[in-house]
Write a new protein. Structure first.
Length: 314
């Protein structure tokens, strides 16, 4: 039995080296990532038994992506190889203030887009201690939405990240679907901007969490607030990180997924809420210090960050 199983799409990530732009790029950095894959990989690197349910093309790119995820310790037994399919991709341009980061998706008709609930072996989902999915998967089309809906029925304990993407669906579409998910969720994650965009909640974190708890009555709810940290509502009590970490940002992409991974890792290890919130904040900060979607970290890195370890390790 796995500690955590996630379901979603693994993408080819092609990034323009900063401060370059799409229009003058001559080289692209190759990485792999995707919301649910990032969570599974980070949790595996921290010592959990994780698995990924997905589909990849039956070609060299699909094999490369599978090897990359396995290298982090993720069980890819249930990643289906799809003949004649393509690998979804996204192009990334790093902004330098005041320019924002830009993401261009190229994921239509991908291997994952062709995956249907009937093609999935749901055994690992039923047996997992915890299953993680996100709104970005539900936004990908009818097949992907059906996969998320089936996951709600098959999973014993569910974690859900709202993960709203304006390029994939409207706030109204997202809210209508997400509100069908929330009654099933045990752990819910969303950013403050998502709370405002999708749920029209723009007040203080305490008020936002109280209103969301009516939609997700069984859930521990984590509201991510960027540089201001996070606020977590668990069993009627609010929790915040013990400290805000000083971060030299190398790559912020995937920081939210890293927070989710840190929280779920600590929780599955039996940590109390304060320890889980602190672990989540530490993993997210560490992610921002590394290149790529997936944080290249270990449990030792997290413990050193939590304890205020040395600037130089010898």
């Amino acid at each position: 039995m796995h500690d955590l199983v996630s379901l979603g799409e693994l993408l080819l990530r092609l990034a323009v080296q900063s401060p370059g732009r799409f229009e003058n790029a001559r080289q692209l950095d190759v990485q792999f990532g995707g919301a649910e894959a990032n969570v599974a990989a980070a949790c595996a690197r921290l010592g959990l038994q994780t698995a990924f349910v997905s589909a990849l093309p039956d070609n060299a790119w699909g094999e490369r992506a599978r090897r990359e995820l396995r290298a982090h310790g993720v069980d890819c037994t249930h990643v289906k190889a799809m003949p004649g399919a393509r690998l979804g991709a996204y192009f990334l341009e790093y902004g330098v203030a005041p320019r924002p980061i830009q993401v261009l998706y190229d994921r239509q008709h991908s291997a994952f887009a062709q995956l249907t609930p009937e093609m999935v072996d749901w055994t690992p989902v039923r047996q997992a201690r915890l299953v993680h999915v996100s709104g970005v998967t539900a936004a990908l089309g009818d097949n992907a939405r059906a996969l998320v809906s089936r996951t709600l029925r098959e999973a014993t304990t569910l974690s859900f990240d709202v993960n709203y993407r304006a390029a994939l669906w409207s706030p109204r579409e997202a809210r209508v679907f997400v509100e069908t998910v929330l009654p099933h969720v045990r752990y819910l994650f969303l950013g403050q901007t998502e709370a405002q965009t999708v749920f029209e909640q723009s007040g203080a974190p305490e008020a936002t969490l109280e209103k969301l708890s009516r939609l997700a009555p069984k859930a521990t709810i984590a509201l991510l607030q960027g540089g201001e940290g996070s606020t977590v509502l668990d069993s009627g009590r609010l929790w915040r990180p013990s400290k805000l970490h000083a971060v030299q940002v190398v790559d912020p992409i995937g920081a939210g997924d890293a927070y989710v991974a840190g929280y779920l890792w600590a929780t599955l290890r039996g940590s109390e809420p304060q320890r889980a919130v602190d672990a989540a904040a530490a993993v997210a900060a560490l992610k921002c210090s590394t290149w790529g979607d997936i944080p290249l970290i270990s449990e030792r890195d997290v413990q050193n960050t939590l304890s205020g370890g040395p600037d130089v390790r010898r």
